[in-house]
Design a protein around this ligand. Structure first.
Ligand code: 5GP
Ligand code: MG
Ligand code: MG
Length: 183
């Protein structure tokens, strides 16, 4: 873990910084092969995907552009409901574009399922998804996620962009939040 003094809030490190970077490089090689010769629009979902986007975008040897969307999914602090509201929309038009959504984590998949429908309705040439993390519930629903970094257990994780109450996003590793913090 890094120097931030929050180690008492974590039960364990799940994925180290080195493991994250190795996985992002691996995903980037697959994406480069699949999108060779194309201009890809990376759509990052704020705020959790900021770190994945920053590292993936720099790793990709492809002409890319970046855009951002902020959505709020109604629900409790640790569970989403699937009812989504756009807080910040894309600046770009998607008509004819090759779109790759960059996500931090898929849990129920409700947020992503809504987002896919929303972006696909704007006439892009294609929309695929790259998510660093995926939890077990997401595997059960019909969701086409082309690039997944890690399948993780059903724990609430923080770090590398992921927050709890807006904290811990700056941790370099991904760690499991200790239940005493949120219960
Ligand atoms: P879904 O709609 O797939 O259930 O939830 C997706 C969103 O819920 C993620 O983008 C993230 O904001 C939040 N989320 C789900 N699981 C976790 C988790 O383990 N840790 C954190 N920090 N956020 C999570
Ligand atoms: Mg997200
Ligand atoms: Mg959050």
């Amino acid at each position: 873990m890094d120097s931030s003094d929050v180690s008492g809030d974590l039960t364990n490190v799940l994925i180290t910084e080195a493991e994250i970077h190795a996985k992002i490089a691996e995903l980037a090689r697959r994406i480069e092969a699949d999108y060779a010769g194309q201009d890809v629009l990376l759509v990052g979902v704020l705020k959790g995907a900021v770190m994945v986007m920053a590292d993936l975008a720099r790793e990709l040897r492809l002409p890319i552009t970046m855009d951002w969307m902020a959505v709020s999914s109604y629900g409790t602090s640790t569970q989403s409901s699937g009812v989504v509201r756009i807080l910040k929309d894309l600046d770009s038009e998607l008509e004819g574009r090759t779109v790759l959504i960059v996500e931090d984590i898929i849990d129920s998949g409700l947020t992503l399922s809504w987002l896919l429908g929303n972006l696909r309705s704007r006439g892009p040439a294609s929309v695929e998804v790259c998510a660093l993390l995926r939890k077990p519930d997401a595997v059960r629903i019909e969701l086409d996620v082309k690039y997944v970094g890690f399948d993780i257990p059903n724990d609430f994780v923080i770090g590398y962009g992921l927050d709890y109450a807006e904290k811990y996003r700056n941790l370099k590793d991904i760690a499991v939040l200790a239940p005493h913090v949120y219960s």
